[in-house]
Design a protein around this ligand. Sequence first.
Ligand SMILES: Nc1ncnc2c1ncn2[C@@H]1O[C@H](COP(=O)(O)OP(=O)(O)OP(=O)(O)O)[C@@H](O)[C@H]1O
Length: 237
Amino acid sequence: MTEPILSLENVVAGYGDTTVLHGISFDVPAGERLAIIGRNGVGKTTLLKTVMGLTRLHSGEIRMSGEVINKVPPHRRAGTGLGLVPQTRDIFPSLSVEENLLSGMKGDATLEEAYDLFPRLKERRRNGGGQLSGGEQQMLAIARTLMGRPAVLMLDEPLEGLAPVICDMLMETFETLAADGRHTLLLVEQHTELALAFADRVIILDAGAVVHDGPAQALRDDPAILERHVGVGLAEV
Ligand SMILES: Nc1ncnc2c1ncn2[C@@H]1O[C@H](COP(=O)(O)OP(=O)(O)OP(=O)(O)O)[C@@H](O)[C@H]1O
């Protein structure tokens, strides 16, 4: 069997002495589209931040391509192939679109590839990050993370607060990225229906633990699983 690109084993993590994740284990094969869903406050953001080294890891192991990265500091984790688009987007409001993109650029990444993915950013390249609409800010946050050439792209509620037409456009972008053979995608999303349509596999978190891990098709076929763990059926999301 080929080595998973990302692997978590019994990860216990949180903030200071507080534990939020209580022994999380899963493997992600390269190229997978993994959706991580669950009610508010169950630890989805904490999970992505933990993979990025932004929380306190109490115990367990995180591996990228077989290498344990527990001790790799957050600013070096991009170098292991990880990229996180945070829920807060964290773009620099006083820098232009172009400067924001340059701030994330590594290796042979080019501005043109960001503009090919999001032509709207090219039109807005001289505007300040703070002048962009919510949708444009999200495009910029995604494009900037991609400038770091991540093999594993983690997206934390990228559709939050965005108009349906922008959500559809971003989902198409995720399809493009997933299909290009260079990206593994971890998508945390409250728009469960869109997440299930996109994903190969779904992990459901509850109270900082994995309560379901299986093919997305199983949840599409049997919404009762979703009802049980997330408290809503597909029709309601
Ligand atoms: N910086 C922090 N310090 C202390 N506790 C925190 C911090 N951030 C989050 N928490 C707590 O960790 C728990 C999990 O929060 P987290 O944001 O990971 O959940 P989530 O599933 O992403 O929720 P949401 O869907 O609302 O974004 C919550 O109880 C939250 O209050």
